[in-house]
Design a binder for this molecule. Structure first.
Ligand code: NAD
Length: 473
């Protein structure tokens, strides 16, 4: 069994306080990890603060070179990352391969953005006092970036914190989820090998209380959190001077209008609802279907769900692997049972074996049921008919969340209506909400978060603008 150390200011640190990381599918122990002490955390903060004065002086080409080296190292360790993602998260091999490829891409995009951080020259002579003055606006690193990440994309989401932080010359402190820390620890080791100043690199595994103290620390310049809305909004209220980005959850919705290719929509909904066992922040959860095509779509969804291979995540044929824990799967099952007791109809699934929940399709649900109004984060979709497109848009918006929404229609006026009226961060036309390429501005509104990720946009969050005014002598 591998014994993994935390990284404190570039130095591997083991402690007596160790715990076991367990494969959620097989129950096998995957590794042993040291938890940081309060002293380690203080040391990491001091090192990061000192290290950030070094990273701030690195030229753009130097930061880009470090990131390109990291790309090469990650590529060389690709198979190791895939194995870790399958083992620590119960992720099917195909998804683990996909996440690793995306993570490498995220670092590559960050390298490209490192040399594009520009500024602005502003004419100030609009009024008399500004005569003879010009203004120059430039971006400067905030100093220390804290990235806290969830279990479901432990590698790529860590790259979305680390890549832009390095690209913009900041120190990075990563705090991965305790269930899935191994891929982030390997990433931290590789960043050091790539040559980033050691003091500026920490990967800390710690308790929620310690993580909360970190988020509240005045030395943090930018706090970038990806995880649940409950934790995210609570931590924002604890942050002091840090700029805060919150990438949180949702109850992703899709509209299927009668004028679309129904068979295509059905296969995309199955992919978006059930891949990674529904544990994706932009999973399809609520499906709103134009009444004339409701029955044929439901039938097709049922057929496709029957064809899914549910089981061992390490088997390349597996479509739907385990959830992160037996408890999470039991909680999801309870929501299905509650919906059925309150009048919903179970079309498919609804059974559990260990942490494997069968892909579940429900109809006859109400907006106020937990399977709709809460983020289920499980392989569950609800399918509901609508009569008018405007009603469907209102149904999607009837949510405290607003991350992404998908719309299947070929009508340009409906496309424009959806784009203008859906209260989400991204409207995906011709596809499901489960769409993200890593360069795009990504994030939500309402309870789903604030700020945007994607290297170019994260760099804006991780830098402050500073203005210089030059007056003619
Ligand atoms: P979580 O909120 O339980 O944990 C996220 C991180 O916060 C973990 O590192 C965890 O250890 C830490 N944490 C938990 N409690 C804390 C506390 N009190 N103080 C400080 N840190 C604390 O989320 P999760 O279960 O790991 O992940 C699932 C959630 O993440 C879902 O809601 C999902 O939608 C969301 N998510 C969002 C995005 C996005 O980009 N919008 C992407 C992936 C996941």
């Amino acid at each position: 069994m591998d014994d993994w150390a935390c990284i404190v200011g570039g130095v591997e640190r083991r402690s007596e306080d160790r715990y076991l990381v367990v494969n959620p599918f097989s129950g096998e122990v995957v590794g042993q990890v040291s938890r940081c002490s309060a002293e380690d955390i203080e040391e990491a903060l001091q090192a990061a603060t000192a290290g950030s004065t070094v990273t701030a002086e690195l030229a753009a080409h130097q930061r880009a070179t470090v990131l390109r080296r990291l790309v090469d190292l990650m590529t060389a360790h690709r198979e190791e990352f895939i194995t870790l993602l399958i083992a620590e998260g119960g992720k099917p091999r195909r998804n683990a391969e996909g996440e690793t490829a995306r993570a490498i891409e995220t670092i590559l995009i960050s390298a490209e953005e490192a040399v594009r951080i520009g500024g602005e020259v502003i004419p100030l002579d609009r009024t008399v006092p500004g005569e003879g003055c010009i203004g120059i606006v430039q971006r400067f690193p905030v100093g220390v970036v804290l990235g806290i990440t969830p279990f479901n994309f432990p590698l790529n989401l860590a790259c979305h914190k680390l890549g832009p932080a390095v690209a913009s010359g900041n120190a990075i402190i990563l705090k991965p989820a305790s269930a899935t820390p191994l891929s982030s620890l390997l990433l931290g080791r590789l960043l050091l090998e790539a040559g980033y100043p050691p003091a500026a690199v920490s990967v800390l595994i710690c308790s929620p209380d310690d993580a909360e103290r970190l988020a509240a620390d005045q030395r943090i310049g930018c706090f970038s959190f990806t995880g649940s809305p409950e934790v995210g909004w609570h931590l924002r209220s604890r942050a002091t001077y840090a700029k805060v980005t919150l990438e949180l959850g949702g109850n992703g919705a899709v509209i299927v209008h009668e004028d679309c290719d129904l068979s295509h929509a059905a296969s995309r909904i199955i992919e978006g609802g059930f891949s990674q066992a529904g544990q994706v922040c932009i999973s399809v959860q609520r499906v709103f279907v134009h009444r004339p095509v409701f029955e044929p779509l439901l039938t097709r969804l049922g057929e496709l769900a029957d064809g899914l291979v549910v089981g061992d995540p390490s088997d390349p044929k597996t479509d739907v692997g385990s959830m992160i824990s037996k408890e999470a799967a039991e909680h999801a099952l309870k929501r299905i049972q509650d919906a059925c007791s309150a009048g919903a109809t179970l079309i498919k699934g609804g059974s559990l074996s260990g942490s494997l929940l069968q892909p579940t399709i429900l109809t006859g649900t109400k907006a106020g049921m937990e399977v709709n109004c809460r983020e289920v984060f499980a392989p569950i979709i609800t399918v509901t008919p609508y009569d008018t497109f405007e009603q469907a848009v209102a149904d999607v918006n009837d949510s405290v969340y607003g991350l992404q929404a998908g719309v299947f229609t070929r009508d340009l006026l409906r496309v424009r209506y959806a784009f203008s009226h859906l209260k989400v961060g991204t409207v995906v036309i011709g596809d499901i909400p489960t769409f993200r390429v890593d360069m795009m501005p990504y994030g939500g509104v309402k309870r789903s978060g604030s700020g945007r990720e994607g290297p170019r946009y994260a760099i804006e969050e991780m830098t402050d603008t500073r203005m210089m005014i030059i007056r003619d002598p």
